[in-house]
Ligand binder design. Sequence first.
Ligand code: ACO
Length: 326
Amino acid sequence: MSVGLLGLGAYLPERIMTNAEWAEYVDTSDEWITSRTGIHRRRVAAADQNTADLAVAAAEQAIADSGLTVADIDEIIVATDTPEVYIPDTASFVQTRLGAREVPAYDLGGSGCAGFVLGLDIARSRALANDRRVLVIGVELLTRLMNWQDRNTCVLFGDAAGAAVVGAGPGMAEILAANAGTDGTRSDILGLEVGGTRMPFTEERARQGLHKEIVMHGREVFREAVRRMTAASMDVLEQAGVGIEDVALVVPHQANQRILDAVGDRLGVPPEKVFVNVHEYGNTGSASVPVALWEARAQGRIQPGDLVLLTAFGAGFHWAALLVRF
Ligand code: ACO
């Protein structure tokens, strides 16, 4: 039995925030942000939108794209680091707002930017074992939960949601191979500490803005992101018995342009085979891969028969890769 992506969807909030606007909040410049990251603008969710709203908009599109209805969905996975509330998980809100049946629904929370691709891998096994149609969503509302005074991190992120339906049959893109992994020894390099049991949320910490303080050792993150996304990609190619020259398009996590360039270099693919939209949306965490895949298809960058390689990396560290044939 084969399992594939049956449909794709994405949602991008309307409000566009440029690099120049960031200079009103922190000591930065369009030149610094563009040269270090390739990001020109990002989307910011409206004040009355929350995580599940973005997720539902992308999910509805993915379900329609599959030619299914919400009643056909047997399971829901929501990958996010920016949940709607702490408890219950965002998947609960998505299940009810979508009008889905009372199916299993759960978050892959805190899985960093790798969450969506990891979710596809889990969905594949659920589809294989139980013949389920699984809705996988990657969604982040990062601009709401980050520190708007920390120039080291705030300029990097944006809000978005992307979704895919995974189920039996090749669908629009058959899943050929998957890889996922974790290295928890590097958990102090990238994360958000305050709010958990180790450093509970207190008034004093909130006053200092620590509940929004993303810890990020940029250079180490950069190195690991390149190393892990490349290695995971090589592994899925090997599993499928194909070479990198057979791949029509690589769709990596959109962290920043320099990371994308380095991954392309290490894999040995020319820049035109690496899909990039980080200039438009910034780093949208677990939404970045599904939004990029959806946009690549909408732009006609993917043709029937094309091998497409997805790869992602994030806090944890976690990483994942998936090879599909359209
Ligand atoms: N505007 C102006 N100056 C800034 C800004 C800013 N927005 N942010 C940092 N700086 C300053 C720093 O304060 C520092 O100044 P100092 O030298 O006086 O202390 C200096 O710029 C650092 O500059 P560089 O060392 O040249 O920065 P670098 O080339 O390492 O680029 C960056 C920094 C963009 C964060 C890079 O390390 C990176 O891309 N790392 C990956 C991080 C990432 O992608 N994180 C996303 C989450 S994880 C993921 O998605 C994989």
